[in-house]
Design a protein. Sequence first.
Length: 288
Amino acid sequence: MPSARINGIRLHYEDTGDGEPVVLVMGQGAGGRAWHLHQVPALVDAGYRVVTFHNRGIPPTDECPEGFTVDDLVADTAGLAEHLGLAPCRFVGVSMGAYVVQELMLARPQLVRQGVLMATRGRTDALRAAMAEAERALYDSGLELPPAYAAWIRALQNLSPATLDDDRQIQDWLVLFEFSPLPQGPGVRAQLDLQVPEGRLDAYRAVDAPCLVVGFADDVILPPHLGREVADAILGAVYQEIKGCGHYGYLERPDEVNRVLVEFFRDRTSLPGSSLPGSSPPDDVDLG
């Protein structure tokens, strides 16, 4: 995995394929390699050059145990795009990564050709605040959950009822979660401190890049109504909701997620200076 010195840290990335560039920004506590299970192969097959990376805090990128802000993550994302000569290009983020892309579209609009925000939000409501506080308290307690129990909790939090009720599928997921635990360390702890402050929904009204917001219908971590709020705030944004998946929708229903991405990228009406996208939604996708 190559690396680059970006904003004073060593940032590790992967650069795959040829064509128009797409930068994929991962969420909290996960590395960029997660995109390579489904999204990178599909986008490369569709003719795109795809760049993924480990966010600040996730090894082998520098962990930065002293802490950091969302502005630091935005600067890292922008700096990598500039270092590789990608801009203006497409940016796709999920969860915390979507928050980074939202802020990038405000801070560095000239870098963004199109933005896709999956499982996102524009505010911290009471339940999300409680979840973040509980996660920090668990980490700071030093308690290490048994791997099988941690896998069960992770499944409940991130998968849809359809998957949870399918014995064959859930057994595979539980094995995967048990033997591929989430990263730990001071950088992961620093990411737990990142919250969306008040007033960001109003701020997003200034975003003018073509934007697609994707909600996952059964997401309990960041339910789709929070993403719809972001879509409503961004002038001209398109909202699509994918059924039968939870917070890990990009892993749970990858074919639908990949199809939505490629259709949005290829719809020329979604480029700057054009009218709103008018293509029909793919199967199993609800248009907002």
